[in-house]
Design a protein around this ligand. Sequence first.
Ligand SMILES: Nc1ncnc2c1ncn2[C@@H]1O[C@H](COP(=O)(O)OP(=O)(O)OP(=O)(O)O)[C@@H](O)[C@H]1O
Ligand SMILES: [Mg+2]
Length: 238
Amino acid sequence: MSRPPLLDLVNVTVEVDGKTVCREVSLAIGEGETHILLGPNGSGKSSLLNAIMGTGPGAVVDGTVTFDGVDVTDADVTERARLGLGISAQHPPALPGVTVRRLAHAMGADDRLAEATEALELDRMIPRDVNVGFSGGEVKRWEVCKLLLQQPLLSLFDEPESGVDLEHVAVVGRAVGRLLATPTPTGRARSALMITHTGFVLDHVTPTRGHLMVDGRLVADGDAREMFDAIRRDGFAA
Ligand SMILES: Nc1ncnc2c1ncn2[C@@H]1O[C@H](COP(=O)(O)OP(=O)(O)OP(=O)(O)O)[C@@H](O)[C@H]1O
Ligand SMILES: [Mg+2]
């Protein structure tokens, strides 16, 4: 008997501020799989990831989200994180008064802080407040660093390399690749759903499948690298 998917979206519709931004999205991600989400600006990709994580601003208004066998459609973000979902967000909030060190402590990740910050070359940020005054690239690197601290079973990466300089893109790519290649302490393989416009991160992961979102709908799927090359060559309409 085949195993049920780790993340299973069935006919998911997402609204942001009363506007439908994702429509009837069905997507299944198995344990150990990395799926790539492609699509033009404003097509609803981030809204989908934020709705899966439960961070808002959008929310699932129809359909179901099941993660690791639990219906999380209406679960709060803390419950989803405890079950093993994590996100590297496109527009994460700043946390004035909460240092990187303190957040790592609250996550129970004191023993991983040095290694994770070194991996993303962010060691000097440890005493600073999270995302307060971070540069655009530092924000993106911190988001990936945060996932190294959390060690989710399934990571949602929203353009982890966008705005990151060319040298640090490789740093981000290696960190993402290593996280996904390292099984959980109980031996489970990690999974991911990843948005990319640049494709750089595809050099560091083994994509299982690619999906194209246009106007809030998944309109095509296939081999992620072939889809990316086709978009680069012919645009989204091809
Ligand atoms: N808080 C909000 N209020 C109103 N509209 C919103 C809000 N957040 C998102 N939207 C709209 O929802 C649509 C989808 O946005 P989303 O951020 O999901 O796109 P995206 O595919 O991630 O784009 P990009 O590639 O530019 O990051 C857009 O038209 C956007 O303007
Ligand atoms: Mg986005």
